[in-house]
Design a protein around this ligand. Sequence first.
Ligand code: DGJ
Length: 747
Amino acid sequence: MIKREEETCDRKSPIPKLIYFDGEQGVFFLHARGATYAMQVLEYGHLAHLHWGASLVSQNMSGVFTPHGRAFSPNPIQGNSHFNLDTTPLEYPTYGNSDFRSPALEIFHPATGSRILDLRYVGHRIMLGKPPLENLPATYVDAPSEAETLIVTLRDTSLNVAVELCYTVFSDHPVITRSVRIANESEAPLVLGRVLSCSLDFSSRLANFHFTQLHGAWARETQLITSPLHPGTQSIESRRGASSHAHNPFFALTEMAADEEYGEAYGFSLVYSGNFVALAESDSYRTVRAQMGLNPFDFSWTLESGNFFQTPESVLVFSTEGLGGMSRAFHRFYRRHLISQLWRDRTRPILLNNWEATYFDFDSQKIEKIAKSAAALGVELLVLDDGWFGHRDDATTSLGDWVAHPEKFPNGLADLAERVRKEGIQFGLWFEPEMVSPDSDLYRTHSDWCLHVPTHPRTEGRDQLILDLSRGEVCEEIFQRVSSVLRSVPISYVKWDMNRNMTEIASAGRLPARQQETAHRYMLGLYGLLERFQNEFPEVLFEGCSGGGGRFDPGILRYMPQVWASDNSDAIARLRIQYGASLAYPLSALSAHISIVPNHQVGRMTPLRTRGHVAYTGSFGYELDVGELSAEEQEEVREQIRRYKQLRKLLVRGDLYRLRSPFQGQEAAWMVVAPDQGEALVTHVTILAEANPPLLRLQLRGLDANGIYRLNEEIPPLRGDFLMQIGIAVPEPQGDFISHQWHLQRI
Ligand code: DGJ
């Protein structure tokens, strides 16, 4: 029988027991809503994974794991030829003493040269609520009753290294979060080479998995790709110093027959914005190891005696309702437990951003004129994008010098902001705080404040270098410079951009032997800075951006409730980008704007109505000068804005059902249903029209089967069951890129 080290959970609390430890079997049961996760302390103290899937009522886990001798799987326990770690499903595997699969933790012990860690259970604690993560963004609870946390301590007694595996279970979500803390309790330093946030081994029953990922590039983010798992390793990663356009820190494993609506889906997401790795390894016995965390590539971390290392948090979601159910679980969870309390339920202002309207070619009068026409049509926030500072008339100069461009704003920025506000709308501003232009006063004064190595040239990207946020004094200066603008100009919104990836990742503030800590220390510096801005300017809405979706991840969402999902503003390209992003991120987090045609990125002509319908599926706005539109188009814009104001509560708080995938044919369709099922917004877009097409009916989802819904003037009210079983008829498309939208209201 295994005894608890300590039990801090107040069992008199009214909440059901989410975490239960059966000391007789040595089994931990973690009961999330609709899902159970189970682990067992084995005979010799190894922590084995037993189950993650649908809720388990049964508590008898005897025989779920039985040691089984295998040829070429060595036996770490002398005299026991059945036991090996190579085929044991482990919660946090290490390398070197018989598990040949991908390890979660790799260390080097310079004093002895050892790379072996033999982790055995020494105790656990269960507590109400969820502790914050030191210096890292993480999901949170408002009240301790919303979650329980289990911390299991494993220890290598030869090296005196303790590993705390932290699991939080939420009472209202099919979600478990995992993170890890490594403590060096020895007298000598320790070097961490690989330290992942989660690792878990699925039994062979589930080995016929598909791997779903979000892949892309600049202006082509979050493209959905699903492929069968093959023996060996399938992995995604970023080495760019940002989560990246190329791979989002998300993946899903689905059982072979699962689809958008049915079947088991396991979602993995990482609350981190830098280099990451995520993988699924299918072994010789068809078991699958899934892992996620910091990318070990070009990473090492010296852990001095008495110090600890905290990994980022991973978020694990289980659904029996396919990828759709998994996404809704992520959305509800991130809306409730990740996005800041102040912004999570707030509707977002309809904004107009001048970037595509003017690029760098503007001055105070031009912006004021744009603001005037925007305000007249109902826009609520004018965002002044890149080019307002230093002497920046193109991308080659002035990043870091956050003072108003003297020729464009002879009366200063506050004067413009006041004029804009007189029109009855708010004022927002673009910054790229992490960057410096070689042609800037900041760089001329502090040329060693960027990431660089003394031996090689500094590689520029978009004519800029990256400030070294791993250094405290650099973060302090950025904070002072940006906050002095936020204090002197009435600003309600900040677009925080980041337009290149890292090269020469090294810091003048760090010893040569510790340079591989720089990329992660940069992220810690960034998060510290963002937290400071969030605390100091809580009423300012921060929007994340990295050339669009180059850093669209849960780490950023913790501080910035919305992200510019892509620099591609074409409505048809956006169908895929937004569909992909919606796998893990709620619509309220996704910024979507209407831009001019022909579209600046792809040259496509699309109707204004379709551009509106597509941009409605997110935090809505315009990326054009509405004053340049025809009178007829301006009327349409006025109507779009009026309608979005009616619908935005639904769009921020509703549940998303994806009905047709733009990755699978010439249509896209989706709907958002209010939490009480009282209303829904359904959108259908035809991509390329087909001659003599089949008759289209759209079977809706998520409605109240017994409710009667009004759709519009032409269609008589229909029952929810009819709408879900028979569906609504989609008019035959008369041309490409045609869209329809129905606002359903229960009567
Ligand atoms: C990249 C962003 O994604 C654009 O929206 C715009 O802000 C430019 N940067 C400005 O340089």
